[in-house]
Design a protein around this ligand. Sequence first.
Ligand code: FMN
Length: 226
Amino acid sequence: MTQRVIKRQEILDAFNFRRAIKTFDPTKKISEEDFNVILEAARLSPSSCGIEPWKFLVVQNQEFREKLKEISPGAQGHLPTASHFVIILSRASEDTRYDSEYVKNQWLNVMGVPDEISDQIIEGIRNFQVNQQNLFENEQKALDWAKRQTFLPFANMMTVGALLGIDSCPIEGFYIDKVEKLLAEENLLEDGHLAVSAMVAFGYRANEPAFPRGRKDMKDIVQWIN
Ligand SMILES: Cc1cc2nc3c(=O)[nH]c(=O)nc-3n(C[C@H](O)[C@H](O)[C@H](O)COP(=O)(O)O)c2cc1C
């Protein structure tokens, strides 16, 4: 498989275009085709041990968005105006542990590895999770591991959006316990197998950002060891 190379400047233009947009033009909707590409970017993102410890809720229901708005101070402008609003969920240790049914299913049925090598793979995952990373010391550590990984599709979705001329905003400004309670009441957390990681809004900017972008110089964040 070969890859058509995108021009360097096109990539940089997309990164420069992407800003954390606070309010979207409510009259502009992202096409189904474009949004599917954003979702594909999430789906094709890498994950540790290939576990895909995530799920994406696309919240289009206005009533539901209103409920979220009450408990999400960081999404006040986004929830009423975003073309598409996504809650990113991560999987709890019940699913991400090497000996779970979820992991077994992932390798056997999703990735399609032959049955005879599945024990070997599971042992490799056990060694990594238990001996190398000590992930199951406590539930929070395991959950943090899954949540960290959700930031890969999270970022990829926004970058792909920018490449398509679509604006976005990453959102962590919400009361996590309240959001999880709301989602659990709606039976959206698979009986505790899923937890809330982050939110991301997509649409088309209503205005240009109030402030020019500030970033540290490259020399302040990159150190080469030659
Ligand atoms: C993990 C994360 C959480 C964020 N949460 C919020 C939020 O709740 N509300 C908001 O308006 N912006 C939020 N932001 C946007 C940041 O404030 C913004 O990305 C940063 O100031 C840099 O600006 P830029 O994205 O326009 O370059 C968040 C960004 C990240 C990466």
